[in-house]
Design a protein around this ligand. Sequence first.
Ligand code: ADP
Ligand code: MG
Length: 413
Amino acid sequence: MNIHEHQAKDLLKKYGVPVLKSQVVFNSEEAGKIAKEQFEDQGSKVIVIKSQIHAGGRGKGKVHNPDTNEVNVVNGKEVRGVTVITGDNLSGKAKDIAQATFGQKLVTIQTGEAGSIVNRMLIEDGANIEKEFYLSMLLNRETGRNLIMASTEGGVEIEEVAAKTPEKIIKEDIDPTTGFQGYQARSIAFGLGLEGTAFKNFVKFITKLVNAYNELDCSMLEINPLVVTKEGEVIALDCKMNFDDNAEYRHPYWKDLKDESEEDPLELEAAKYHLNYIKLDGNVGCMVNGAGLAMATMDMIQLSGGKPANFLDVGGGANVERIANAFRIMMSDPDVEAVLINIFGGIVRCDRVAEGIIQALKTVEVDIPVIVRLDGTNAELAAEILEKSDLEFNVAKNFQDASRKVSEVVEAA
Ligand code: ADP
Ligand code: MG
């Protein structure tokens, strides 16, 4: 589960991780008012206004009018996802930028062309930045341990650093039996070239950050940039926080942090029926039982010249209700040109699944080719049932045959 920067910073604050004073706002009136009363009138000389969307790359991203797709302009300057405001009349400028951003579409390297509509913004004090660093913590699935990554190349996408200058990434693995050690904190601080006050502050910072990561059941926590100020303070200027969904029962407040406007509507719908569905950008919908077979099916679709429109694991049972819901969700994706059902009957019998598919399709309108491959227990009986039904199925004999049928359909489309 993903949350907004402002929510992540509120949580970090609770764990003593230094962040700057900030306040989330939900419209441009509020932006102007808060910028004036809580920042300008309190002596802020520089403020920053930041669009809150779940994707990163906001600083370089531009704000577009969602209808015309043109980039919005304020005082002759294109509006970005993050704006540092200086000079006089800070609150007036903040309000103008907010007005040109709320309800508009922010396009960043991470959102892709489609962009994300901005519904909330963060007003924050400006930092007196000396240097920007990169710092993150995540579960390393190769070692099964938590890993800390740090780099002097802050503010830059870490993937870019990893590709071009991998030697600039410092890594520290955390041994779960001993936990994060003081020498590891110092080793990272040395690696980043910190000295004096900044060194001491960094050691405190990272110790608190690791504690927050553990207590909050994060699966990923990224501070990019982590800044050292001219005064040697160490501050989290940005924060991306991901939770381990399996720990939701320990954190009942997580449900209040969810922002459904940031999620794919089809995925939200699928979650209601406990379907394991992830929307992708291809043209062949696939419905499979079991995550492993679903992965193999997606590979097969790709090799056949199609592109998977989704990942969908209907689970072991593959009963009528689940199949019907899954179909409805796939059919509401306008990009889907064909559907491949690939079910292996191990525990579940294929004839049952075949009947389930037929019943389900009586309740959903399907006007595109449906290729079905059922294998395992009672597969032959299942094929007979499908062939005999009034519905038009393209029954495949095996995985290879299914693959060929997918290619034919894709070519025809
Ligand atoms: P994103 O990663 O989505 O681009 P960031 O929060 O990292 O957004 O902001 C982008 C850049 O904007 C930062 O690298 C930093 O240079 C600048 N910035 C962000 N917040 C502040 C702040 N409070 N004070 C000064 N500069 C800031
Ligand atoms: Mg950032």
